[in-house]
Ligand binder design. Structure first.
Ligand code: NAP
Length: 241
């Protein structure tokens, strides 16, 4: 039976919920009334969120954490693949390890999580999957061939899955953030941030809550007819792509 009650509590798994965008997403969905589990290596999570410890590069550990979430929350109805890492460098000097580490965490882990949850979601005839990509998936980014390839891969993964699972009431969408103030962008120098802000039509970096709002929408009943979409949350930085 398709769920239509927008106030119904859903069981949610958010990866990378220990800080930044994932923390904001887990907080927002739990405030909406959902039962939320948050996975990360540190296992930190907002108070209202079931903390899970696991390394997405280690599938056995990730599967064990997922089983723990299912045991406590019930079958997962909403999957938000948010965790991501960068290992930047120009391609001529990029080690295989930097490529593999980023592809493993940013693309292979979302694939494996979606594969593991596709059948139960299809059986429930309800599911929401959201992949957190990046504006650089479409714009490209010098020094980030690994990261941009992984984030672009999420779009192909989402759109193919949207076609596979659409008939079963499962939507699959992508959020593409621009520059958001988190630990990931805290490494930038102030003059770099100023230079980026000048290229952003809204004139500022985004907040983690801006991304959480987009995820809230895509996982809500208001977005029941939205699938295969790439929703930019980038202050206009990537528009036209
Ligand atoms: P962040 O502050 O660096 O947080 C990354 C999160 O992922 C943390 O919770 C981290 O937790 C978790 N994580 C990293 N590696 C993991 C692993 N191997 N296994 C399990 N969890 C892992 O990043 P953010 O800025 O919030 O970014 C969140 C997502 O948005 C990422 O996919 C990023 O690529 C994307 N994004 C960010 C921006 C931006 O400007 N910030 C822009 C576009 C896209 P632990 O360290 O505890 O494991």
């Amino acid at each position: 039976m398709t769920k239509i009650d927008s106030t119904a509590s859903r069981s949610v798994l958010v990866t990378g919920a220990s800080r930044g965008i994932g923390w904001a997403i887990a907080t927002r969905l739990s405030q909406r009334g959902d039962r939320v589990a948050g996975l990360s290596r540190s296992g930190a999570a907002p108070d209202s969120v079931l903390p899970l410890t696991g390394d997405l590069a280690d599938w056995a550990a990730t599967e064990a954490a997922l089983a723990q979430a299912e045991a406590v929350l019930g079958p997962i109805e909403v999957l938000v693949c948010n965790a991501g890492v960068t290992r930047d460098g120009l391609i001529a000097r990029m080690a295989d390890q930097a490529w593999e580490e980023v592809l493993n965490v940013d693309l292979t882990a979302p694939f494996k999580l979606a594969r593991r949850l596709a059948r139960p979601m299809a059986r429930q005839r309800f599911g929401r999957i959201v992949f957190i990509s990046s504006v650089v998936a479409l714009l490209g980014s010098a020094g980030q061939t690994n990261y941009a390839a992984a984030k672009a891969g999420l779009i192909g993964l989402a759109r193919s899955l949207a076609r596979e699972l659409g008939g079963r009431g499962v939507t699959v969408n992508v959020v593409a953030p621009g520059f958001i103030s988190t630990d990931m962008t805290a490494v930038l120098e102030p003059d770099q941030i100023e230079a980026y802000a000048q290229r952003i039509p809204l004139g500022r970096l985004g907040r983690a809550e801006d991304v959480a709002g987009a995820v809230d929408f895509l996982t809500s009943d208001q977005a029941a007819y939205v699938t295969g979409a790439v929703l930019p949350v980038d202050g206009g930085l990537g528009m036209g792509h």
